[in-house]
Design a protein around this ligand. Structure first.
Ligand SMILES: *Cc1c(COP(=O)(O)O)cnc(C)c1O
Length: 378
């Protein structure tokens, strides 16, 4: 009897952990982006729509007048086609020599990216078998080292335009490797792409739609627009100094304060006992941790001496200025004490009047938010 009652209650238990996505902020960000660029925008919605949910973000963008999308997997193409995006242009942001992927692109009428002759040959064959013409954009590698023809491989590029009966070239693009961090490199990539386009035009090639800019580029380089831009992270406010440009960060993780207690002075907190209280401290314990994506950071690259020095400086700064990580409870900024655990954080709420059950907001890069967390759209 008691047992089944408990089970009933257990069934109706709702986890309080939520990832909250604020739709209006995305709509505002799109307005800012459109005003800035004045050319068609490819909404890049890879990685589950930058963690916001693929279909949700695609619908939101469509409502905002965006009907061209860029994705990084054929699964995304299939999902979009199945969920009401039958006619939108969907550009694959990768060149591939995997026939199973090319087959899906042809079947689902995706716009393929061709970055090698091998890819073009396979794609042309598959399209011919399906008795279809497949639309493609040619990819030029100006310094990413991933997909695309090198600029001096003119013969191959011209071949793609001229040779294949079942391939219809609709555009050409390149991708910037450091629009957020290196002016000289970015300018040289834009220049290289511009020169290549000139050379193609001089050979009477109709290059179609041309594009190179990603999110950071549109706010920093006036000559990067060409006839389209591909925007991902800016849709969710994920560029440095976003507020300067009128963008807003979208999405936060939310859960409730679970326990509250006082700790005496010189008491240690967290694994490794890295933090010790200076004085008597009131703490709250919140069930948010690295398993949710909090405190998970990208590995710091240390390829160049300059990056190593930067890395060491950032550690020193943290030590000297004791820069803490903060969360938000009842609109108050609250510091995290000690290491972020897998499942828990401990925060300092001394003199803040915070109670058990109060909601704690944590801003995390949405790309790192655990996919299993329930999303709530507001
Ligand atoms: C991810 C991606 C983009 C979008 O980049 P953001 O900086 O997030 O705007 C554009 N183009 C390609 C090829 C990409 O892979």
């Amino acid at each position: 009897m008691l047992c089944s009652k408990l089970l009933d209650e257990y069934d109706s238990f709702k986890e309080s952990k939520r990832y909250i996505v604020e739709k209006q902020k995305i709509i505002n960000n799109v307005k800012v982006i459109k005003n800035k660029c004045k050319v068609p925008v490819y909404g890049v919605i890879k990685c589950d729509g930058y963690g916001m949910g693929l279909i949700f973000i695609a619908k939101t963008l469509k409502e905002s007048g965006i009907n061209k999308f860029g994705v990084s997997s054929v699964e995304d193409l299939i999902t979009l086609r199945k969920n009401g995006f039958e006619n939108e242009e969907i550009l694959m942001l990768f060149s591939t020599c995997l026939e199973e992927e090319l087959r899906v692109i042809v079947e689902e009428n995706g716009v393929a990216t061709v970055g090698s002759l091998e890819c073009a040959i396979l794609l042309d064959n598959i399209a011919s078998q399906a008795n279809k013409k497949v639309k493609v954009h040619i990819k030029i590698d100006t310094g990413m080292g991933r997909y695309g023809f090198l600029c001096d491989d003119m013969l191959s590029i011209l071949k793609v335009y001229k040779t294949f009966k079942n391939i219809e070239v609709r555009g050409i693009y390149s991708h910037l490797s450091c629009s957020y961090c290196n002016v000289r490199k970015t300018k040289s990539q834009i220049k290289e792409f511009t020169v290549l386009l000139e050379r193609l035009k001089n050979k009477n090639i109709n290059v179609g739609i041309t594009h190179i800019a990603n999110s950071s580029a549109i706010f920093k380089y006036d000559n990067c627009y060409f006839n389209a831009v591909r925007i991902g992270s800016a849709l969710v406010g994920g560029v440095a100094n976003e507020s300067k440009y009128g963008l807003e960060r979208v999405g936060y993780l939310e859960d409730k304060v679970r326990e509250i207690k006082w700790l005496p002075s010189h008491f240690s907190i967290g694994y490794g006992s890295k933090y010790r209280t200076d004085w008597s401290t009131k703490v709250a314990i919140i069930p948010i941790g690295t398993k949710d994506g909090f405190g998970v950071v990208k590995k710091y690259d240390t390829y160049r001496i300059r990056d190593c020095i930067k890395y060491i400086c950032s550690i020193l700064k943290r030590c000297i200025f004791n820069r803490k990580t903060y969360v938000e409870i009842n609109n108050k900024k609250v510091p995290v004490l000690g290491d972020i655990g897998q499942n828990h954080i401990v925060v300092d709420i001394t003199a803040l009047g915070i109670e058990v059950g109060n909601k704690c907001k944590v801003y995390i890069n949405p790309l790192y938010v655990n996919n299993n967390i329930l999303k709530e759209y507001i």
